[in-house]
Write a protein that binds this ligand. Structure first.
Ligand SMILES: C[S@@+](CC[C@H](N)C(=O)[O-])C[C@H]1O[C@@H](n2cnc3c(N)ncnc32)[C@H](O)[C@@H]1O
Length: 534
């Protein structure tokens, strides 16, 4: 099953912050970039009265995903027969289904799945977490190994999520459970905003070997399987590696899932692509395996950045999500830059800088700590105070083996739904910059547009402002003067910048040195941001 979307930020306990929701947000230009964005939890949200909701959604005993593996092909067949797809589920459950589910408002989704069709039965079992009649479950082809008794009916042991990204659709298995009902320390989450942020930043060119480190439900591994010859998925939580295997089986693909700490399961192995959505959250306690790295400060992400280059082939790329600290008296940008070793080129795409209190409250809401909120808030803030933390940054870190260039971009603007293709393009531009700005024949990127604002004068319209805009990638926007615009129009990849500058100087009746002084810093910025490519 295959089919799109992006967003950033947080994990989501029951995985209901689906691709569709994130797509909706980015389509509206509302990019949900929040560190610890509490997508799933709604503290104190009332449970819909009379709804037939599986008690199994309370993760008292987490299911054993290993035990479900043998019958995964039967479930795959049941999904196919019922016409399961993200689009079909959206149509069945309605455009606001995700919002209702996130708020634990079950009546609207139960009403829309009351007809008893195969897809309605599967949606109730695997998406809503509601119980159905055993006969209905059997008729829909769900094997009994995948069912648990629930009142007079049965419920599904696990949840399934249809995820669509950049034309590829996969189905992902994960633990049941709602934040408002307590998160188990070993809970394996569905696809949340952070998962989608990494998926959006992943380069999708065909590669040989891909590693998904911290695989969880296996969503990154499954998406990567579409453009990789081999995918290795690793996780410290054996339940997560079992889920990655289960999700792969449900999609009829093979993922080599291994259990172990960080890079330990792939010691001595090289990859063309590494993707990782690690437990990057920074705080005092390792309470949740999916969230807390359990190392001092931002040490886990630093270690990954330090060790990942040793697992990349020449020209290979690693992309990971990270939080890093801004500590009083230190430069936070320098801190993250210092993580990249001398033989490594790095690109830091910072998406957010959060004040400690906002960071802590967001993550506490994410797991809906209820009565313990105040106590946990105080502990967490005391931990930050002791380390003189002023802010926590969140971003995407990309690296390749290279010569030690590290560049940080603060990117608060909404990006395209997928922008992973910009990562190899960024490293190519850095190498071209090394060859020399003037010596390179730059080309305006295909998706760049020039918007003009004109005012009416006595003799017609006069351009008042010109704004360059990218329609793809990081969607940078920036003003440019008429000379700059004329220069850019000449950047068609056939003439070196030095030649174009001479022409510009002659037409403006200034010396080439003066033209260079004015133009080169602007051109360099335009190259850094990808308006101009080699
Ligand atoms: C935020 S989840 C990411 C899940 C999934 N890759 C995604 O994008 O939705 C982080 C995952 O890292 C795993 N993890 C935690 N500590 C780890 C460690 N030391 N080594 C490897 N994996 C770890 C957790 O079990 C969890 O599955």
């Amino acid at each position: 099953m295959r089919c799109c979307s992006s967003a950033a930020g947080s994990h989501c306990v029951d995985g209901r912050s689906s691709a569709s929701t994130a797509q909706l947000l980015s389509d509206r230009g509302v990019h949900p970039i929040r560190v610890g964005a509490p997508v799933a939890s709604r503290p104190g949200a009332p449970r819909t009265r009379g709804a037939s909701v599986a008690s199994s959604s309370v993760p008292r005993h987490l299911p054993d995903p290993e035990a479900l593996l043998a019958d995964a092909p039967l479930v795959w067949a049941a999904l196919s027969t019922a016409g399961w797809s993200a689009a079909a589920l959206d149509e069945l459950m309605g455009p606001t289904a995700r919002t209702h589910l996130d708020r634990d408002e079950l009546a609207p989704v139960l009403r829309r799945t009351a007809g008893g069709s195969l897809l309605e039965v599967l949606a109730r079992l695997f998406v809503v977490g509601a119980s159905v009649d055993l006969k209905q479950a059997r008729a829909a082809g769900v094997p009994e190994t995948w069912l648990v008794p629930d009142g007079y009916g049965v419920a599904a042991a696990v949840r399934l999520q249809a995820v669509v990204h950049d034309g590829v659709e996969v189905v992902v298995a994960h633990d049941p459970g709602r934040a408002s009902e307590g998160v188990h320390p070993q809970q394996v989450l569905g696809v949340g905003a952070a998962s989608l942020t990494l998926a959006a930043a992943t380069p999708r060119a065909s590669v040989g070997r891909t590693l998904d480190l911290g695989a969880g439900s296996g969503v990154q591994a499954l998406l990567a399987e579409d453009h990789s010859s081999t995918v290795v998925a690793t996780d410290a939580n054996p339940r997560a590696t079992a889920y990655a295997r289960l999700s792969a089986a449900l999609n009829g693909v093979t993922v080599d899932a291994r259990t172990g700490d960080l890079l330990e399961p792939v010691r001595g192995e090289l990859f063309d692509l590494v993707v990782s959505n690690p437990p990057f959250v920074l705080g005092p306690a390792a309470r949740y395996t999916y969230r807390d790295g359990g190392q001092e400060g931002d040490e886990l992400c630093r270690r990954l950045v330090q060790d990942l280059p040793g697992h990349l082939v020449e020209g290979g790329t690693a992309v990971l999500l990270a939080n890093w600290l801004h500590v009083e008296g230190e430069d936070g940008d320098d801190r993250v830059r210092s993580w990249f070793g001398p033989g490594v080129d790095g690109w830091v795409v910072q998406r957010e800088l959060a004040a400690p209190q906002d960071y802590v409250t967001a993550w506490l809401r994410d797991t809906d700590e209820g009565a313990r909120f105040d106590e946990l808030y105080d502990d967490w803030m005391a931990w930050f105070d002791l380390r003189r933390v002023e802010a926590v940054a969140f971003g995407v870190l990309a690296l390749q083996r290279g010569s030690g260039r590290v560049h940080l971009d603060d990117v608060p603007q909404p990006t395209a739904a997928t922008w992973g293709e910009q990562i190899p393009a960024f490293f190519d531009r850095q190498r071209a910059l090394d060859a020399g700005l003037l010596a390179t024949a730059w080309r305006l990127r295909e998706d760049v547009r020039l918007d003009q604002t004109a005012v009416r004068g006595e003799d017609g319209w006069y351009a008042q402002a010109q704004v360059l805009r990218q329609e793809a990638g990081l969607r940078w926007v920036g003003g440019v003067d008429p000379y700059g615009a004329a220069l850019l129009a000449g950047c068609d990849g056939t003439r070196r910048l030095g030649e174009l500058l001479s022409v510009l100087a002659r037409s403006a009746d200034i010396t080439e040195d003066d033209a260079a002084e004015q133009v080169l810093p602007v051109v360099e910025r335009l190259v850094q941001q990808g308006f101009l490519v080699p």
